[in-house]
Write a protein that binds this ligand. Structure first.
Ligand SMILES: NC(=O)c1ccc[n+]([C@@H]2O[C@H](COP(=O)([O-])OP(=O)(O)OC[C@H]3O[C@@H](n4cnc5c(N)ncnc54)[C@H](O)[C@@H]3O)[C@@H](O)[C@H]2O)c1
Length: 316
């Protein structure tokens, strides 16, 4: 895995992945990103080649793919876009994924990793949620991300394309930006807490999520690319720990240490899932992936980065 392409590599997870691939694994990284939510400055100080453009541009994609050993496909429109402009979500998340898979096949790429989401589980029937839980579609985003998974499966079955899927759960950490409306609750709370403002908690705050620190999510993603076991497989990537939004809020308030409290607001009308925690047995067994950060550790690192805007390795 010497030469790699990261689509969406200027985004939140992507930029952290680019750093890991470049600095820890010695990869030559090309990033293809249309800078829809991604930012050039997220990649500052990291050795990489940035190509600004879309995964919908098949000629450009061919240029980026030529000579690559592995591709990490993270480029996607987010859940908010999917509600406001479902066609755009469908075109980028399904069409773009199809283009990446087709081009990877054409250029004989040795491993493709597709970033999917635990949103595809909706309100699950069983907890913790295992990979064989049937999908349940509560929004267009989960449909488009799952359709991307289905294309991965079909390219694997029909053409033996060595592709695997990682399903992330609520990733947080460096390079999440509160200006991005889908930045996630951890970032929103940190931003408010640092300004000494109350943290807005939707509903009773007893809804739960599996909050995953970005370094852990990226590690699992790289292990998926490196493992000979991963082609054709789907892996949950999370902590296996169920955390309520109330617990998250009070953890952040105590780590920021500026006093402050929470304020209750209306229930969310998107991604309104009551409970989410992933079963992570498969990723542990196949990829030997174990998270290295508790919630407190991950938030502390993110907070340090926020305060000093220190680069990730400086705040660790
Ligand atoms: N952050 C999470 O908690 C989370 C959870 C589950 C899944 N995911 C998945 O992980 C991936 C990365 O998410 P993120 O949180 O870093 O979001 P993000 O919005 O920060 O990153 C997505 C990146 O893709 C780029 N992009 C969008 N459309 C593009 C296009 N047509 N061509 C090229 N680039 C394009 C954006 O500019 C951005 O840099 C996505 O596929 C997302 O579905 C994220």
């Amino acid at each position: 895995m010497k030469k790699v392409l990261v689509t969406g590599g200027a985004g939140f997870v992507g930029s952290n992945l680019v750093r890991m691939l470049s600095e820890e694994y010695g990869c030559e990284v090309t990033v293809l990103d249309d800078l829809f939510t991604g930012r050039k400055d997220f990649l500052a100080g990291i050795e990489h080649e940035l190509i600004v453009g879309s995964v919908l541009d098949t000629d450009l994609l061919e240029e980026c793919m030529r000579g690559k050993d592995a591709v990490f496909h993270l480029a996607a429109r987010n859940i908010i876009v999917s509600i406001e402009r479902p066609r755009e979500d469908m075109e980028v998340n399904i069409g773009g994924t199809f283009n990446v898979l087709e081009t990877a096949l054409k250029y004989g790429v040795e491993k493709v990793v597709y970033a999917s989401t635990s949103s595809i589980y909706g309100n699950p029937r069983h907890l913790p949620i295992s990979e064989d839980e049937p999908p349940s579609f509560l929004n267009f985003y989960s449909v488009s991300k799952y359709a991307g998974e289905c294309y991965c499966r079909a390219f694997y079955e029909v053409y033996d394309l060595p592709v695997c899927v990682v399903r992330y759960s609520n990733v947080y950490g460096y390079n999440q930006s509160p200006e991005n409306p889908y930045c996630g609750v951890v970032e929103k709370f940190l931003d408010k807490a640092l300004q000494g403002e109350p943290l807005p908690v939707h509903g009773d705050g007893e809804q739960t999520r599996d909050f995953t620190f970005v370094e852990d999510a990226c590690r699992a993603t790289v292990l998926a690319a490196l493992s000979p076991k991963s082609p054709g497989e789907v892996y949950n990537v999370g902590t296996g720990v169920e955390t309520s939004v109330n617990k998250l809020a009070y953890t952040i308030l105590s780590l920021v240490g500026k006093g402050g409290d929470i304020v209750r607001i209306d229930r969310r009308d998107i991604d309104n899932i009551r409970r989410r925690v992933l079963n992570v047995e498969k990723v542990r067994q196949h990829l030997k992936f174990f998270t290295s950060h508790t919630l407190e550790m991950g938030i502390k690192k993110t907070l340090d980065w926020h305060i000093g805007q220190a680069r990730p390795e400086e705040s660790s």
